[in-house]
Design a protein around this ligand. Structure first.
Ligand SMILES: [Zn+2]
Length: 294
């Protein structure tokens, strides 16, 4: 009997040791959401970049670097989205922190505009999460990284990843049904920052960017005039501002073309409230797009 109780105590202790969650820092609000879905209770996700902030303007602070050096794994978008990534990686080389970079799991597409390099983006479009297929690939990548770091959690990570993948499949179907309301001639996105290339490619949209993919540069007046002409000719009903963008130039365009401001699209990551999850963010974008262009 005594032996039985010692076994119970031993098993109890082993469970306690296992229950210490894997510490993960995320440089992307989308990756944080995927990690929470796949990791469940076994993973403690720390968001370095908060929802609603502009990741293009972010630079790691000394406090952030300290936070990151205390985790076992860092999640990054890659594809040039974090211009500071290489530096951060080499500064943490000795700490043994594992870097999981989503860009290596997705099918990258090229940027449309020539002046993309203006703001730290490479010639590859880094906004990979606007394709649901890419999010599915990254879900598998994160699942595998969690399994490698915490093999005891294999069954949990596999079951969670499968459940999330099913939600992504359902989202894909829902998006197709919603977009069926828009004929090809109406699938034109005029946005303030060229971030929806993956969404456009998946769903047969054409993008007319107001400026490069920069969130800070002012577009030239020649470019704006050209865009105004195109919006008039193609009878585009609405153009879009973004959650973190100053929509001043967009207002000027609406006044001259008669197009309305179609509402807010989440381009650079998750928002708050209903748009605070990947599923909610995509639903919000698609609802906004269909509602404005129909
Ligand atoms: Zn962006």
């Amino acid at each position: 009997m005594r032996q039985f109780f010692s076994i119970l105590i031993f098993v109890g202790l082993a469970t306690l040791v296992q229950a210490e969650p894997l510490k993960v820092a995320s440089l992307s609000t989308v990756l944080a959401d995927i990690a929470r879905n796949v990791g469940g209770d076994r993973v403690d996700v720390r968001e370095i970049i908060k929802p609603g902030s502009d990741p293009h303007l972010y630079e790691p602070t000394p406090g952030d670097i300290k936070k990151i050096s205390n985790v076992q794994m860092v999640l990054a978008s890659g594809l040039g989205f974090e211009p500071y990534l290489d530096k951060l990686r080499s500064s943490l080389e000795k700490s043994g922190v594992i870097f999981v970079v989503a860009g290596s799991a997705v099918k990258p597409i090229a940027c449309m505009e020539e002046d993309h390099h203006d703001h730290g983006h490479a010639s590859t479009d880094p906004h990979w999460w606007h394709s649901i297929a890419n999010v599915e690939a990254v879900t598998m990548q994160i699942r595998d990284a969690f399994i490698a770091a915490d093999p005891a959690g294999t069954a949990t990570f596999e079951a969670n990843a499968k459940a999330f993948e099913e939600k992504l499949e359902a989202l894909s179907k829902w998006v197709r049904i919603q977009l069926a309301a828009l004929p090809k001639s109406k699938r034109i996105l005029v946005t303030s920052h060229d971030a929806l290339g993956y969404f456009a490619k998946d769903n047969g949209f054409e993008i007319l960017p107001v400026q490069g993919i920069s969130t800070s540069d002012q577009p030239s007046s020649r470019k704006v005039r050209h865009l105004i002409q195109e919006i008039k000719e193609r009878q585009v009903k609405a153009i879009f501002a973004e959650n973190i963008e100053n929509p001043k130039v967009l207002r000027q365009i609406t006044m001259e073309t008669g197009a309305t401001l179609g509402g807010t699209l989440y381009a650079d990551g998750l928002g708050t409230g209903d748009a605070g999850t990947y599923l909610g963010m995509m639903r919000s974008n698609v609802t906004t797009i269909v509602g404005a262009l129909q």
